[in-house]
Design a protein around this ligand. Structure first.
Ligand SMILES: C[S@@+](CC[C@H](N)C(=O)[O-])C[C@H]1O[C@@H](n2cnc3c(N)ncnc32)[C@H](O)[C@@H]1O
Length: 275
């Protein structure tokens, strides 16, 4: 439908490229427009807004996801200039601010995969928890306690709102600060599972993740890896983890979470550690 709507505006190749770079989050559309099409951004925005009936705003992403807070610059190209919206996933409701804090709808399968692995009674430490997506979906589905740490005060505030919205006070705890510092102060040896969703800096925080994990607990270690062949990406990440792991580790599972560039993948390795 969208392709049809863009027919008069873009060539077939251009619209294919644009549609794969398109996310809808609640009533907000975010689109990455290649430089060659930037001159047409207003008409692209208008066309998207007219054809996606549930959208009220269209933003063009004008920077990569970057900085300590993993946020991006957005430019309004059609509709209302507001960056906060409500998003629903797996029976949970989230207030999201697409400008102030990291959010990706493309991680939804991974959020579900993690929630399914958690056992009732477990304690989960989400070191880079953002607005609480993984934590809230986990706690809604399993009888677990989750510590959601984030350094971005806006993400922490949104996480607190999302905890209330999903009636999870006392099950999910939103903590502001540097994950390494918070773990050192109060979460050593507390986690049955520790999530490390800051793939660019996982190695730097691995000692803290190990410190946070109980003996025989599990670390979900995310990383970005170059692989000439897609089929080699998971083995490369497993090998990398085993090379740097400071403790005895057993890989339980590994998978590609998503492609993040040409021959570049975000992967996860689930590891049981013994200390
Ligand atoms: C890739 S995002 C993942 C957020 C969340 N897990 C999600 O999937 O929605 C990484 C998050 O780590 C946070 N962050 C970066 N450095 C941190 C640190 N030293 N301690 C705690 N959080 C940090 C950022 O603010 C950002 O929200």
């Amino acid at each position: 439908m969208l392709k049809k709507a863009l027919e008069g505006v873009l060539s077939e190749k251009e619209s294919d490229e644009l549609i794969s770079a398109f996310d809808q989050i609640g009533d907000i559309i975010i689109v990455r427009i290649p430089d060659s099409l930037l001159a047409k951004k207003k008409v692209i925005g208008k066309t998207l807004l007219e054809n996606v009936k549930t959208a009220n705003s269209v933003f063009c992403q004008s920077s990569p996801v970057e900085g300590d807070f993993r946020t991006r610059d957005l430019e309004i190209i059609a509709g209302q200039d507001k960056t906060e919206t409500e998003y629903k996933e797996f029976g949970c409701r989230f207030i999201v601010d697409v400008q102030k804090a990291f959010f990706s709808p493309r991680l939804s399968n991974e959020r579900n995969r993690i929630a399914e692995q958690i056992l009732d009674g477990q304690t989960v430490i989400n070191m880079f928890g953002g607005i609480g997506m993984f934590s809230i979906i986990a706690a809604k589905n399993k009888k677990c306690i989750v510590y959601n740490i984030d350094i971005n005060p806006d993400a922490v505030e949104l996480c607190e709102k999302n905890i209330k919205l999903n009636k999870l006070s006392g099950k999910v705890f939103s903590i502001q600060g540097d994950a390494a510092q918070i773990i050192k102060e109060k979460l050593e040896n507390k986690g049955d599972r520790v999530l490390m969703l800051l793939p660019e800096r996982s190695d730097e925080f691995l000692d803290s993740a190990v410190a946070a994990t109980k003996n025989n607990g599990i670390i979900h270690y995310y990383s970005h890896i170059h692989a000439d062949k897609k089929s080699e990406a998971t083995k490369l990440s497993e090998n990398h983890f085993m090379d740097i792991s400071p403790v005895v580790s057993k890989v339980l599972n590994s998978k590609i979470v998503r492609a993040v560039g040409p021959r570049y993948y975000q992967t996860v390795v689930d590891v049981k550690i013994t200390k």
